[in-house]
Design a protein around this ligand. Sequence first.
Ligand code: G6P
Ligand code: MN
Length: 446
Amino acid sequence: MRLTILGGGGFRVPLVYRALLEDRGKGRVTHVTLYDLDASRMATIGRVLAEQAEGVADAPEVRVTTDLDEALTGADFVFSAIRVGGLEGRAVDERVALQEGVLGQETVGAGGIVYGLRTLPVADHIARRVAALAPDAWVINFTNPAGTVTEAMSRHLGDRVIGICDSPVGLGRRVASALGVDPAAVWLDYAGLNHLGWLRAVRVEGRDLLPGLLQDDDALTSFEEGKLFGAEWLRTIGAIPNEYLHYYYFNREAVTAARAARQTRGALLIDQQRRFYTETTGSALALWESTRLERETTYMAENREAVGAGERESCDLESGGYEQVALALMRAIALDERTTLILNVRNRGSIAALDGDAVVEVPCFVDANGARPLAVDPLPDHAQGLVTSVKAVERAIIEAAATGSRQAAVRALAVHPLVDSVKLAGRLLERYEQELPQLGYLRGRN
Ligand code: G6P
Ligand code: MN
């Protein structure tokens, strides 16, 4: 089995490789090709992987290339985990919005829209090259904003592109543990868009355990989402939102906290990772491990601080989300091992308010035929309202990227629930265009 990782110099690649090393089953990945525009970052990651593979029999062979076509040819699976504009671009996305007084975040609000506008032309090119060179390959998309990027790629690849995210799995694992049940044995009724979903039921042997959990303050506030949202709000909506909903439900607090911080998350990560990517002596693996722990420890720290949620639980610092979903998905497809995973796929009626081609994040049945969305309970009206608005934003981003329409880009910003003025939307886009050369393709300035 041949796996190609686009964004091979990315910081999370060793997580994926570690999961591959632990996989001793049949049909395992035997060859990994890393592709990245930045050969030096990829070389650093290559050193980490080589250390990880030391002493492991039959470790997957690793090859690196900066040529996309070469990377795609012969691939069975393609993981796309690129960051167009790098962390520097992310820091701009976040800073400009915050300076204008609205949320500046990697994937949510104005920052996420601009990130999408920057990423889609590249994702589109990748999708076309996959369709031409590896039409039978499955593309597993982690590239953010994952829902928008997956939907744009699906226009070329149909159901052969599947988007993934670790946040629903993390939520499921935390809720299962608060309930004292095996995460593998629960049915999670989770639905929405990427970074915009709600857990509405947790079924075990035909019984929904969520109503009981919602009445138990101690259990509720024992895990991340309970701490972030507070027991009372969870009871009020009768569901547990994805942690990213914090940016909507506590927008003021999130914006205030981010504006008060010394630097944005992107800028902080640049500082955290600088040494890792430039150090050429010593153990690359040890330095990667300590940098990773630092990153996990500070994840959403401001949100937690803004609502007095305290420190992150140590079990959340151990990864096991992102790469495990990727591996489980790949195995289910490659070995026809039937399973259920929460994934980003075309809707096909799963969420009634959206059309069939809209990419949504819902539980899916997975086997050798790919991933099919399962029927879920209807979204409550407040959730449906948000999902519909944000899908309209995503569609405007896709339109802007496909046609170069600047008007569509302004519309994406202006209709987003967290951008509160059309005038501001115009000003944000102008400022982003000044700082981000990747937006140069937008035409129709007026
Ligand atoms: C989670 C989300 C990803 C997101 C990441 C940001 O893993 O699912 O989509 O990119 O958090 O984490 P970071 O450490 O980069 O702020
Ligand atoms: Mn995600």
